[in-house]
Design a binder for this molecule. Structure first.
Ligand code: ATP
Ligand code: MG
Length: 564
């Protein structure tokens, strides 16, 4: 379902939601005295906007109830996990402004305990070593409409199971040759309850435990037990785990542990024109479609940061999407509106000319340079002023000039006047062309009585931005567009075929005002009339100005999409 803007009413922004209602009841009834949540990412990629939702919910609830939120790396799949991902994940959470409780935890910290709980299940005759191959197991499992069949190994003795499980641990068996399964019910209508595997043999190096283990617990077995070990009260996860909840509860009901967190599911955040799956985002990185996980086009937290989105804009957006069980896909414009609102308020203004066209002011003294104090923010005097320079040669944008135009065109036209933002009114007198008839320069005259004053006897058409030729710097500017051409790339057979080939346009010879030479990496400005731009976190320096377009000033996509 596509969520329209109208549905994001104040209702959704209200801080209460169904999860909070459950927590409120648990506190009122005395079931819990305090709230303990956790955020459990798998370190197999960078966090994306969907994870930001889970982070805001888990850490946000802990904050609001004076509770605690653990950060736990769910690292049960050694093949795909890397420490670099774990480090990036921790940094992203900090950058969003959240603090986890105590040290970072790892599922791997509980491998010994998990092994002991598995032995407990064997001892209770609730787990057995099964030697069916993967395919056999699949065919024994049955389908949604057909019940499963018991494994021929289901009735081994406890002693035999214990010995075989020890042998699995000791590395005496090949990968995939056997697995430990729990004994629940092959006839259960819920496939997750049909004797799921809880340990598999995998000869792999683990980022935390090295080569200590050659058997690894499955996610379902590990997750709930790790929650209980940590004393989690409410285990908040996404809807795809709803069918796993009976299993989550079964494990905790059948092992000796005196904590039973409540699993509560909410709907995932899906965002139009992008992808929220680490596996698919990884493919964009591996195939070189983007320049790494933190490329500004990526919906990763680090990509959005590099694009110039602030943590508070991201959190504002997440708040607007609400917490529900409704499956929905949110329009990108909702996120961009949060970003625009934040930057409109906080970004200092500056002038940059993306496609420079030279103007010579024929009546301006040759060597004169004027210093003009321009406000950093039109509504916020407290942000102070910046110094801009005016001189005989200036640049305006090629788009801001027409040889002739109708009345709707409120920029510079041959023979007409326009105001230069923060400076004088000029009139275009002459066009200079090259041998191929391209316009390469304009000769204009300025009205010296118009600095901060209206001209007498005529009215200029509009206001355009500009920079002085001698007092500006060349900059590289990157314009970003939607990463995918379709709203729901994840629904395509091959999402890679829907990558927008024009999602990045690089301009090498833009001109920016001098004040921007002191821009610090990650600072975001409003380039007047052009949009919001962020000094690149890695590549921007005083000697090499690089700005990434964060977002346009208005939602130009809404119009395009309405037309299509
Ligand atoms: P991915 O497919 O991108 O790897 P995942 O769910 O496998 O997603 P995890 O690292 O296991 O990623 O997720 C950590 C937590 O973030 C989980 O609790 C998960 O439910 C939550 N999460 C992941 N994606 C989203 C999303 N799109 N919206 C909300 N929560 C999400
Ligand atoms: Mg996962």
């Amino acid at each position: 379902m596509i969520m329209s803007k109208d549905e994001n009413t104040a209702e959704d922004i209200k801080p209460t939601n169904f999860i909070r209602n459950i927590i409120n009841k648990d506190l009122e009834s005395g079931k819990h005295q305090s709230v303990q949540t956790r955020f459990p990412p798998e370190p197999n990629g960078f966090l994306h906007i969907g994870h930001a939702k889970s982070i805001c919910i888990n850490f946000g609830i802990a904050e609001d109830y004076n509770g605690l939120c653990n950060l736990r790396f769910d690292d049960t799949n050694p093949a795909k996990e890397e420490s670099a991902y774990a480090e990036a994940i921790a940094k992203d959470i900090e950058w969003l402004g959240f603090k986890w409780n105590g040290d970072i935890r790892h599922s791997a910290d509980y491998f010994d305990k998990l092994f002991a709980f598995a032995e407990e299940l064997i001892n209770k005759d609730l787990a057995y070593v099964c030697e069916l191959s993967m395919e056999e197991m699949r065919s024994y499992r049955g389908t949604l409409t057909e019940v499963g069949k018991n494994s021929p190994h289901r009735e081994r003795s406890v002693e035999e199971n214990l010995a075989m499980f020890q042998a699995m641990k000791a590395g005496e068996h090949k990968d995939g040759s056997m697995a430990l399964r729990v004994k629940i019910d092959m006839g259960s209508p819920n496939i997750n309850m049909r004797d799921p595997v809880i340990y598999r043999i995998k000869t792999a190096h683990h980022i935390r435990t090295g080569n200590d283990w050659c058997i690894y617990p499955t996610y379902d077995f590990t997750h709930g037990i790790s929650d209980a070990i940590e004393g989690i009260t409410h285990s908040l996860c996404t809807l795809e785990f709803e069918d796993h909840r009976p299993l989550y509860d079964w494990f905790l009901d059948n092992i000796s542990i005196d904590c039973h967190p409540q699993q509560i599911e909410f709907s995932r955040l899906n965002l139009e024109h992008t992808i929220t799956s680490k596996r698919k985002l990884n493919q964009l990185v591996v195939d070189g479609i983007v320049d790494g996980w933190d490329d500004p086009r990526m919906p990763t937290i680090s990509g959005m940061r590099r694009r110039g989105y602030s943590a508070s804009a991201i959190k504002d957006f997440i708040g607007r999407t609400g917490v529900t069980k409704k499956v929905h896909t949110v329009e990108m414009s909702l996120l961009e509106n949060s970003v625009r609102e934040d930057l409109g308020e906080n970004a200092p203004r500056a002038m940059a000319v993306l496609n420079p066209l030279k103007i010579t002011l024929t009546n301006y003294p040759d060597d004169k340079v004027e210093s003009i104090q321009a406000p950093k923010h039109p509504q916020k005097e407290e942000m102070g002023k910046r110094e801009i320079f005016f001189s005989k040669e200036i640049f305006i944008d090629q788009d801001d000039f027409r040889e002739s135009a109708n009345k709707k065109y409120k920029r510079l036209v041959l023979g007409k006047a326009v105001r230069l933002r923060n400076a004088y009114v000029i009139t275009c007198d002459e066009i200079i062309r090259d041998s191929e008839d391209n316009i390469i320069e304009l000769k204009c005259s300025y009205d010296e009585n118009t600095l901060g004053k209206n001209p007498e006897g005529y009215k200029p058409k509009g206001v355009i931005h500009w920079v002085s030729a001698s007092h500006s710097k060349v900059a590289t500017i990157r314009l970003y567009d939607r990463l995918f051409n379709v709203a729901n790339p994840a629904l395509e057979d091959d999402f890679m075929t829907t990558v927008n080939p024009n999602c990045l346009q690089t301009i090498d010879n833009a001109r920016v005002e001098m004040s921007l030479t002191t821009a610090l990496p990650e600072a975001v400005y409003q380039f007047e009339r052009e949009g919001y731009f962020c000094a690149d976190r890695y590549q921007h320096s005083t000697d090499n100005l690089v700005f990434n377009r964060t977002v346009t000033l208005r939602d130009s996509w809404a119009k395009i999409e309405a037309k299509n």
